[in-house]
Ligand binder design. Structure first.
Ligand code: SF4
Ligand code: SF4
Length: 444
């Protein structure tokens, strides 16, 4: 008996060491592949040229993709199913430390170059020419390059989500939905429309998130392109004014923010490692209410003024109408949604734009708070006040406060990501749809 215990004692460390060495080998290979891909990106940037960009495209995107997937596979493969955020706040990258700042600066630089100085990345843009020619029959521009990167990021990090949250059906279906809508509705369909000489149109982006879709200039240009253009205008109006209230009444804002939207898609996949960085302070919540509703008012006033101006043949804004529309695009579309919204993931969490700036989220939030069947129910008797739910709420909601009091969570900002329920070790939280009257039956 003692002998067998001794043998086991000898074997166990060797087995663990072997497993550890195995993981380290995977890690090194994956990091090597990512480094090779990054180096080729750098070479392309400084001007390396070969006869056809196609091999370079596959080398750049292929090696980074292979390296990232191998890394995630080895990272989560050995871990038992279940969400573990071990040592998250001891990892500088994920706790707002120095590496987080570096990534934030790089992302911010990228967005500034993309919006205002795309000529500096023309070699990267040209890298996407083969793909652009294949699906659009025209060379890539900086927005196609951005769309390609964006879609790759959601797909690769989406696979990471699928592996990480593999024990949770809600997360698997929701992540798959986000990947599907990004790939099909926000990348392939707009590209095929260009191929068919139709207006480039994103069916998964609704007004007022896609603010210019109800601007007079856009509507007039869509009308000019004939039957499909009329359908696109009809789609925007029907989706924004009928589908949004109806689906939000039935399912809460999660149907859009956590299942369809491209901004939400990037936040939930690329931004997942940073969700714990969202501020839970009262002042953040107070600022959030003012900022998000101010943007909503701004876009409504801008749209109305542009329409009044258009209907009065320029009597209101005169020749300023174009620059007026551009001001909104610059301040909200470029600075807020792009530079701050994504660039600050590693500093302020993954939902900076959704929480503080998105005008569509503001509308969805108002409907969710007052006219929706959605709520998160809590079983306070089971809560042990660990605080996991509050820590990982990307919208900065103090979920534990509600759980401790057995209160339903009915908050305008909740995007229904379900992570609070997924990380709760006691199964306290449940995302549900029910009658509106029952939502406010707080005490069980
Ligand atoms: S994660 Fe669950 S147990 Fe922990 S505080 Fe939140 S509701 Fe309570
Ligand atoms: S309360 Fe839960 S479901 Fe709502 S945003 Fe926060 S983590 Fe997601």
């Amino acid at each position: 008996m003692n002998e067998s215990i001794q043998i086991k004692k000898d074997i166990e460390p060797a087995r663990i060491y072997g497993k550890h060495a195995h993981i380290q080998r995977y890690k090194k290979i994956s990091m090597f592949l990512i480094a090779v891909g990054a180096f080729i990106f750098f070479l392309v940037h400084v001007g390396i040229k070969i006869a056809s960009p196609l091999p370079l495209f596959f080398l750049c995107f292929g090696t980074v993709t292979a390296g990232a997937l191998l890394y995630f596979y080895q990272q989560y493969r050995e871990a038992p199913a279940g969400i573990r955020h071990n040592n998250l706040f001891k990892t500088p990258l994920m706790s707002g430390g120095f590496p987080g700042w570096i990534i934030a600066i790089v992302l911010t630089w990228f967005y500034i170059v993309l919006y205002w100085f795309p000529q500096f990345i023309e070699n990267w843009i040209a890298l996407c020419d083969p793909l652009s020619m294949a699906i659009r029959n025209k060379p890539a521009d900086h927005w196609f390059f951005y769309g390609t990167l964006y879609t790759f990021a959601i797909l690769i990090m989406g696979i990471r989500m699928l592996i990480k949250y593999r024990h949770n059906r809600y997360q698997i279906i929701r992540t798959s939905s986000l990947m599907f809508f990004q790939l099909c509705f926000a990348f392939l369909i707009p590209a095929f429309l260009v191929l068919l000489n139709q207006p480039e149109y994103y069916f998964s982006y609704l007004w007022p998130l896609k603010y210019d879709y109800l601007f007079p200039a856009k509507i007039h240009s869509l009308f000019k392109s004939g039957g499909l253009g009329y359908f696109m205008v009809f789609w925007t109006i029907a989706a924004s004014f009928i589908a949004v209230p109806l689906l939000t009444y039935l399912f809460g804002k999660r149907w859009y923010c956590s299942w369809v939207c491209g901004c939400g898609g990037l936040a939930e996949t690329l931004g997942d490692p940073f969700r714990q960085l969202s501020s839970k302070r009262l002042r953040a919540w107070q600022f959030e209410r003012y900022s998000i509703h101010s943007v909503l008012v701004f876009v409504i006033v801008t749209t109305l003024l542009l329409w009044i101006n258009s209907l009065t043949s320029g009597a209101v804004l005169g020749s300023f109408s174009r620059s007026f529309a551009r001001t909104y695009g610059f301040l909200i579309g470029a600075i807020w949604a792009g530079v701050v919204g994504v660039g600050f993931y590693p500093l302020m969490g993954n939902r900076v734009w959704c929480r503080f700036g998105c005008p569509l989220a503001a509308i969805l939030g108002i409907i969710q708070k007052y006219f929706s069947r959605f709520r998160i129910t809590t079983n306070g008797d089971q809560c042990m006040s660990c605080g996991n739910c509050s820590t990982y709420c990307e919208m900065g909601i103090d979920v534990r406060w509600y759980a401790q009091r057995s209160q339903n969570i009915i908050r305008a900002s909740c995007v229904g990501c379900g992570i609070c329920a997924a990380v709760c070790p006691r199964g306290v939280l449940k995302l549900e749809n029910g009658t509106i009257r029952e939502r406010y039956d707080f005490q069980k």
